[in-house]
Design a protein. Structure first.
Lengths: 438, 438
């Protein structure tokens, strides 16, 4: 029932492949980014679990097939194609990097090898899912690094690109290093810790601010995080300080956060509440978090919303999904795009990682052997074989751990190179394409 | 079953309102933008149909209620609250601007008046849905204006912030003036025209480019749009010109589009195909479209993807949802936020529009009478009353027409002002809040 989540040309091409007898020829497609987004030195893969769910459930309802059949683009298509769509399932293989793996341009993060139509139709969905979650996970790594050990919570659902993007942003931000999200659906679906206590409307719903905060304390006890800037932050801090324990702490959401945090800290300490936490929110990003940390402002937790959930300084990723091999009439051919500034390399690939260096190689190559005799790690691993999940995927918490432990292996000078064999294959394929041109 | 699509604090506040007996006190919230996004002179409202669907179906499954109950934040909450959630329905009123209406900062595009909890929980979803679709509809207006009468198709699903954002971007771009989208699900769900024929992988799946294009012609006939840049655009054009009719035309996807379009136009004309169309795509936005149009390049249709579906130059909207009135203990109070740089105005509002001028007024005010005796148009109209849809909402095609006809009423010098009565109310409410401060 998710079969229509694609671009129309995938379905017109599917009809064409069907009509020309190519429907069962096997093709290999690779998903990678052409170049780094601006302001990014690396990317972190995320979204694989949702991509795999999609592939395992890829199908069309009768109503959806009828819709396609009535489109003018399908006037000339034979009835057998629509029967084919009704029974459509993904039967191919998928290799992918684990979620939470840092990656670089040119490195496939997902490879699909399947009968041509089964590999073609998923292009649009896979790109949208993997590039979005990877973009947000990457942004979260940047914000978490800027926080330098202090906690970051993702708060951005309301500014995300649709409610569903908010759910997925919460997941991806967690993988990238946030301690959790405000998005409850993300918590429910993916088992991610959820955070949040009260908004300005809470305070405004009571005749007096004091009554609002007393009610919050009664409700939440040691989890009460008072939002104190509805009328005046410093007076708000004095008021909650006078309520005393139990409390978790306070949240600042406007004004000069460094200055206010210092004043509020003094008020809390003077009231005998040194363990009360200060959270800050309000249009934060990694630059502002870094400045606050460098100023050594007494802020314990950052709530980061809009700029994280939309990756605002770099809101898209140039991810592509390109055919690298195909069996045409039973003969394997290496395929690639030769357009100006949009070249791709032929052949199914593997990515080997060892300290400070990635090698993009042909899939059949042996791993480079490192000093000490250990082979370099192959980042692309089988996920789906013959349409069946190989093993359960790691959950978001495991992906988060994998991301945290993998980031150490990535340094500013990280080298990405092609293997000699892949370079030779590219040259041979370039000769070949000259021969087969019209 | 959509009840968890919200921030956790909406649910903790809901529990708090329930426990303090406020659950049935009626509140009014308004959704508006604080300021224009960068590079924007106006915004266009979109997403109301999905927002209304959400409100009419707002509920929690038993499993979802159990999830909430087990969260540590709900430890102290009484069992009656979870029974309340199980039976939760939206029973309030909604007033909104029609989809496709241009709007400005401070103008509510949606007003919710409902029992407090019913108005509070939807905040997150409403903001994400309306601000995203409005952002994309606005971007589409800009691109369509730059195209100056030539057609624009939305092509950006693969770079959208998740597959679902791609579906909604297709819808919103259509409302803003695109002639359709490549997103099939958007076509299926919302009745939007869908476009697309073939990708580079089509060409690469055949031993020769010519075989690929012949197959496309056979498949699509007069709808065949040949992608001609897989190997070399000009040679690709010559090849399809030699195939002759039937065809729709060609698509260029890389290189110097102005120069290539001229060369390709000559080739098509020389082959007796003056009616064949030229479509261009590849990282386009309103600036590039404007340059192409100003250069008078012979491009008939623009396919615009990434920058449209992500509103890349301005990827979020500072929309907020603020309480403006509330009945506290049966007495109506005007509520507003007094934080630094985040002030809001009290009281439920109406927006009156007449040529070149908007007036934001109190909801009970009479419309200004224009020269000629006609009252100014009230932009906020009832959509849901007592939890029931007032009348079917206009579809995306009607919203698109409304947008096109409304844009004429918006000029660069458009004035937005507050009525005298609203300004007086704001002053009185400011005095009032001073009295009720702790």
């Amino acid at each position: 029932m998710n079969g229509l989540q694609t671009d129309l040309y995938q379905l017109t091409m599917a009809a064409g492949f069907f009509e020309t007898g190519k429907v069962r020829e096997r093709a290999t497609f690779e998903l990678f980014v052409r170049h780094l987004p601006r302001h990014r030195e690396f990317l972190v893969s995320a979204g694989l679990a949702q991509a795999v769910d999609y592939l395992l459930n890829l199908s069309f309802t009768g109503e959806q097939v009828d819709y396609i059949r009535k489109l003018p683009q399908f006037e000339r298509v034979s009835p057998a194609f629509f029967e084919y769509l009704r029974a459509f399932r993904f039967t191919g293989d998928v290799f992918a990097m684990r979620e939470g793996t840092p990656f670089f341009p040119g490195e496939p993060i997902l490879t699909v090898r399947a009968p041509l139509v089964e590999a073609q139709i998923p292009e649009t969905y896979l790109l949208a899912m993997l590039s979005f979650q990877s973009m947000i996970a990457t942004k979260a790594v940047r914000v978490a690094r800027a926080a330098d050990g202090r906690s970051v919570v993702e708060f951005g659902t309301r500014r995300a690109h649709s409610p569903e993007a908010g759910v997925l942003a919460g997941r991806a931000a967690y993988i990238g290093g946030c301690i959790g999200t405000s998005n409850v659906e993300a918590g429910f679906r993916y088992g991610i810790p959820v955070f949040g206590t009260a908004a300005h409307s809470w305070v405004m719903s009571f005749p007096r601010e004091r009554a609002a905060q007393e009610a919050l304390q009664k409700l939440l006890g040691a989890r009460a995080a008072y939002l104190i800037d509805t009328y005046d932050t410093v007076e708000g801090a004095r008021m909650v300080a006078s309520l005393g324990k139990p409390l978790w702490g306070v949240r600042l959401d406007s004004g000069d956060l460094v200055k206010l945090a210092r004043e509020v800290r003094k008020i809390l300490d003077a009231a005998g509440l040194p363990e009360a936490k200060i959270m800050a929110s309000g249009d934060l990003n990694e630059e502002k978090v870094r400045m606050i940390v460098q100023a050594d402002a007494p802020i314990d937790v950052f709530g980061v919303g809009t700029e994280l959930a939309t990756s605002a300084d770099s809101p898209n990723v140039a991810a592509v999904y390109k055919m690298s091999e195909m069996e045409i009439d039973g003969i394997k051919r290496y395929t690639f795009k030769h357009s100006v500034e949009k070249e791709t390399l032929p052949g199914a690939k593997q990515v080997f990682r060892h300290a400070g260096r990635d090698q993009i190689a042909c899939e059949w190559e042996c791993p480079p052997i490192l000093a000490g005799g250990r082979p370099a790690i192959a980042l692309l691993r089988p996920v789906i074989l013959d349409g069946e999940l190989v093993e359960p995927l790691p959950d978001a918490a495991s992906a988060r751990e994998h991301c945290a432990s993998s980031m150490d292996s990535i340094t500013p000078g990280h080298i990405v190179e092609y293997s000699a064999e892949l370079r030779q294959l590219a040259e041979r394929a370039a000769d070949d394409v000259m021969k087969i041109r019209p």
